[in-house]
Ligand binder design. Structure first.
Ligand SMILES: [Fe+2]
Length: 225
């Protein structure tokens, strides 16, 4: 088991050697994640110490947090200018599948995840699937893009492995949150993450870090490779 009630005597810090963080909210002042540039730089310096090599910033874009591509690029440039370390920094986004996303998709106004430039990190409400979710996923793919579903283990509306297999069979990729296997999102997400690891269906891993506290929790937990 990977969920500890007591603080373990070992850490998962080795896990981060050569790690790519495909999902985090470290770009400052643009969503509910990190607020200040100093805090971003502090996390990046901790990442560097741990051996993280690549970070994809994935700020929220949704109707409630309508970040524009241009404003995020500007903020990203400011952070890059202030950062002098060795981690390779990249900008993508975490898109809520809502009306704003439909518009951005229509306008081809999307920040992609990964160096191929053809993957889109998407999320939904934890409780309910968006209306016409499969139709939206197919629209993404009809543009030659691949949807990467952020933290699939956290969605309550996907009840069993068949629901996950259905998405996989459509061509949807999965990104696991490291916090899920530490138990920070509760027992259901923890159990589902272990089930999906066993199923071998995760393509990417991310911290979904909103502040440095979550990193410390992750570091206190043994993570399966
Ligand atoms: Fe996120």
């Amino acid at each position: 088991m990977f969920f500890f009630k007591k603080r373990p005597t070992y850490s998962s810090s080795n896990y981060f050697k050569g790690f790519t963080d495909y999902h985090c909210h470290i770009l400052p002042g643009v969503d509910d994640g990190v607020k200040t540039l100093d805090e971003s730089l502090e996390i990046l310096s901790e990442y560097e110490r741990l051996g993280v090599e690549v970070v994809w910033f994935t700020p929220h874009i949704m109707e409630d947090v309508p970040n524009t591509t241009e404003a995020l690029r500007e903020r990203f440039q400011q952070l890059k200018d202030a950062y002098s370390g060795s981690i390779k920094l990249n900008l993508a986004a975490e898109y809520m599948l809502d009306g704003l996303f439909d518009q951005r998709l229509k306008d081809n106004d999307l920040l992609t995840l990964g160096h191929e430039g053809n993957q889109i990190l998407v999320e939904t409400s934890y409780f309910n699937a968006p209306i016409a979710m499969e139709q939206t996923l197919r629209q993404i793919m009809s543009k030659g893009l691949f949807p990467v579903l952020a933290h699939p283990e956290r969605y309550r509306y996907i009840a069993d492995i068949e629901g996950y297999r259905r998405l996989r069979n459509m061509g949807v990729k999965f990104q696991m949150n490291l916090g899920s296997i530490t138990g920070v999102y509760g027992q259901t997400a923890h159990r589902k993450a272990l089930m999906l690891i066993k199923e071998g269906v995760y393509d990417y891993t991310g911290t979904d870090l909103h502040n440095i506290n979550l990193l410390h929790i992750i570091l206190d937990t043994k993570i399966p490779n």
